[in-house]
Design a protein around this ligand. Structure first.
Ligand code: SF4
Length: 255
């Protein structure tokens, strides 16, 4: 159905996938209106399928793979609370495949990352490395705006189980935590979210300047609605001087 992920009808891979993507979970369900996965409840592939897909990739000549999930750290969870035991157990099973270098994380949520302590994150970091350690084990995480209330107004669940008032501090903490546990944070922000004010842009700019002092990159994205009640798309013509400064500041950090 429109709302479903058809996870029960996923077949095992028979050969290597594009970019070595190994699907772990489908859907998200956190409700962000600007995202096609907002209304699709997250469901997980069984460990046997994931391990099979890993082996199919290795046999197809792939040595570093990428996890396919909207939120890697929520593998095995049934709501916004992470399930360290199930995630760890999956990674331990995947570790049995010896001919790999490492697994990159595709997407993750700040609100999931912050539910782990440093020791757990370090253990996950180790379990993502097989033969070859990379300094750039990136984790893509959406900030969208420094104003947590604006983020919530555009969908609801991204910050759960935490509070919108704490969002800005959560982003700072996630950057520090991921860096000290061996990950490379890759953040994204959205310009022109419905309801965005000049004050929100200024706060996001200040936050991005803070992230520039960390080992992180930040990608600015233009708001692009995909559903009828999704508001207006953001375009170059709508860009004010403050948007431009925010946009260029991100790129100065990145390159
Ligand atoms: S948390 Fe991320 S994946 Fe989930 S609905 Fe929001 S933007 Fe989409």
């Amino acid at each position: 159905s429109e709302q479903g992920t058809a996870v029960d009808r996923i077949h095992r891979l028979l050969g290597a996938s594009v970019l070595g993507v190994i699907e772990l979970s489908r859907g998200c369900g956190k409700g962000c209106r600007f995202c096609t996965m907002g209304a699709k409840k997250m469901e997980h592939l069984p460990p046997e399928t994931i391990v099979n897909d890993l082996i199919a990739n290795v046999e197809g000549g792939v040595t570093s793979v990428v996890s396919g999930s909207e939120d890697f750290f929520r593998y095995g969870a049934s709501g916004p609370r992470v399930n360290f035991k199930r995630l760890r157990s999956l990674l331990v099973e995947m570790q049995r495949e010896p001919d790999l270098s490492f697994m990159q994380i595709d997407h993750a949520n700040i609100s999931s990352v912050l539910q782990f302590d440093d020791e757990q994150l370090r253990e996950i970091r180790e379990l993502l490395t097989w033969r070859e350690r990379t300094d750039f084990l990136w984790v893509n995480m959406g900030i969208e705006s420094a104003n947590g209330h604006l983020v919530v107004a555009n969908g609801g669940g991204k910050i759960q189980p935490f509070r919108a008032d704490d969002w800005e501090e959560m982003v700072r903490e996630a950057a520090a935590k991921m860096t000290r546990t061996g990950f490379f944070p890759v953040f994204s922000i959205i310009l022109g979210l419905p309801g965005e004010t000049p004050d929100d842009v200024a706060r996001t700019l200040e936050l991005v300047r803070h992230l520039a002092t960390r080992r992180a990159v930040v990608f600015p994205i233009f708001h692009e609605p995909w559903r009828p009640d999704g508001g207006e798309p953001f375009a170059l013509e709508a860009m004010r001087a403050d948007h431009f400064e925010l946009f260029t500041t991100c790129y100065e950090i990145n390159f």
